[in-house]
Design a protein around this ligand. Structure first.
Ligand code: DQA
Length: 139
């Protein structure tokens, strides 16, 4: 089983960025733990601050991988293009957010991804990614 985690803008700053919201761990540290936990899953990680690169990565993986875990970060609330890419591909996409965006500013309540996603997991801190990976694994 091949799953890619795609992280959007500013998520390269995890650990440093608003730790009261996003925690003190870097994503690289957390990703190592995920790889250890899900040994039978071929896990890949991609991060970009650039909208078009995220769209290209969704297109590139979206016809061959078994799952995409997507945290489009701020683009979640603005990007018709990323939403369209999620609609266009065959691989199921699970939308994740570290924070509970519904408890935050109103502009974070809108998602251009959710309608095309297989499901949405948010508000569990970095564990949201773990739960998203689990959602692809058959019981
Ligand atoms: C986020 C929530 C977004 O509103 C925000 O722009 C992010 C991170 C989250 O994981 O909680 O960058 O996607």
């Amino acid at each position: 089983m091949k799953i890619i985690i795609i992280n959007g803008p500013n998520l390269n700053l995890l650990g440093k960025r608003e730790p009261e919201v996003y925690g003190a761990q870097t994503f690289e540290e957390y990703f190592t733990k995920l790889q250890f936990k899900f040994k039978d899953v071929e896990l890949e990680y991609f991060q970009s601050n650039i909208e078009g690169e995220i769209i290209s990565k969704i297109q590139e993986t979206g016809f061959s991988y078994d799952g995409i875990v997507l945290n489009a970060a701020a683009y979640t609330h603005t990007s018709v293009g990323i939403g369209d890419a999620v609609k266009a591909v065959e691989t199921p996409v699970v939308e994740v957010h570290i924070s509970n965006t519904h408890q935050r500013e109103e502009f974070r309540h809108v998602s251009y991804i959710s309608a095309a996603a297989k499901g949405v997991i948010l508000g569990f801190g970095l564990k949201s990614y773990d739960l998203a990976i689990q959602s692809f694994i058959k019981d």
